[in-house]
Design a protein around this ligand. Structure first.
Ligand SMILES: C[S@@+](CC[C@H](N)C(=O)[O-])C[C@H]1O[C@@H](n2cnc3c(N)ncnc32)[C@H](O)[C@@H]1O
Length: 286
């Protein structure tokens, strides 16, 4: 398949005859191949939206936005966008930092965003909420990060990747020279109380070292920021936190996590550690 361009109607087409419809929800699905892959479900996205909109991770969103804002970036790609919570924060920060005042190519908006996720429901939510919250037009793409991404070489100034799978070679290819890759990882102490209670999955191994190794030769580590705090959560918040996480992939559809299901429902509030590492990587020239 060669480069895709808008064709007649809401269609993306390439010179060799591939055609992809842009649906009425404003995004195209370019998941290719037959691998059985599962992105986040609507129930997980509901839980994520409930939890995030409560503001529990606002500090993380602010820190990530603070990392990206000085970039003066005009093209932002979020890989594994989920509900778009972090993308919206980053776009607001970039707009406030002056990217919106910069000169774009004639006829194009100055600040543009691409929201990518394997889950069509996630992409739909991000596209729907993007323009409202940040005033920036957000285009959506359903795609698998493990496959070659249907994004042109050097099309992004910034790639953000928050608790989502990564493809180092593809991130390097789609970033422009000198571009920023901002990654958020869970710290080993993240959700330790829920793990001790058997309600969350383990944070495996040394994720930072694994990440740096996987990016070697493609990116240089430029910044690291650790955030950690203990939240005092009501039972409904705990249920949402569990419901939005990977452990809920392991639950049967017929067994959704609710405030009543959770042992935390027995208590008034639960103390839960949330701990993150935000890493900024500069694309290596090569
Ligand atoms: C833990 S969620 C994080 C979502 C969002 N970044 C946030 O922090 O709110 C991981 C996201 O990655 C997506 N995802 C999982 N596997 C993927 C893949 N192979 N390609 C693209 N996205 C994927 C899921 O659908 C989900 O939205």
């Amino acid at each position: 398949m060669s480069d895709l361009s808008p064709a007649d109607g809401a269609v993306l087409a390439c010179a060799t005859g591939h055609r992809f419809d842009v649906n009425r929800r404003g995004f195209a699905s370019l998941v290719l191949g037959s691998r059985k892959l599962i992105g986040d479900s609507a129930a997980m996205l509901d839980a994520r939206e409930t939890f995030l909109e409560h503001g529990w991770y606002a500090g993380l969103r602010d820190a990530l936005s603070g990392l990206v804002a000085p970039e003066q970036a005009q093209r932002v790609v979020d890989i594994g966008c989920g509900t778009g919570y972090y993308l919206r924060g980053v776009l607001v920060a970039l707009g406030a930092a002056g990217a919106a005042g910069a000169r774009g190519r004639p006829g194009e908006p100055v600040l543009r965003a691409l929201a990518v996720d394997l889950s069509a429901a996630a992409v739909a939510r991000t596209v729907r909420s993007g323009a409202d919250a940040s005033g920036v037009s957000t285009v959506g793409l359903v795609a698998d990060v493990w496959s070659p991404l249907p994004i042109r070489d050097g099309a992004a100034d910034v790639v953000i990747n928050v608790f989502a799978p990564r493809n180092p070679a593809e991130f390097h290819r789609v970033l422009a020279s000198g571009g920023l890759l901002a990654v958020v990882l869970p710290h080993p102490t993240h959700l330790q109380e829920l793990r001790a209670a058997g309600l969350a999955l383990d944070v495996h191994g040394n994720k930072t070292a694994d990440l740096i190794t996987s990016l070697a030769g493609l990116f240089e580590l430029e910044s690291t920021e650790d955030l950690s705090t203990v939240l005092s959560l009501a039972p409904a918040d705990v249920a949402a936190l569990i419901g939005m996480g990977p452990s809920s992939h392991h639950q049967a559809e017929s067994e959704p996590t609710t405030a009543q299901d959770s042992p935390a429902a027995l208590e008034e509030r639960s103390e839960v550690t949330v701990a993150f590492r935000i890493l900024g990587f500069r694309r290596a020239a090569q």
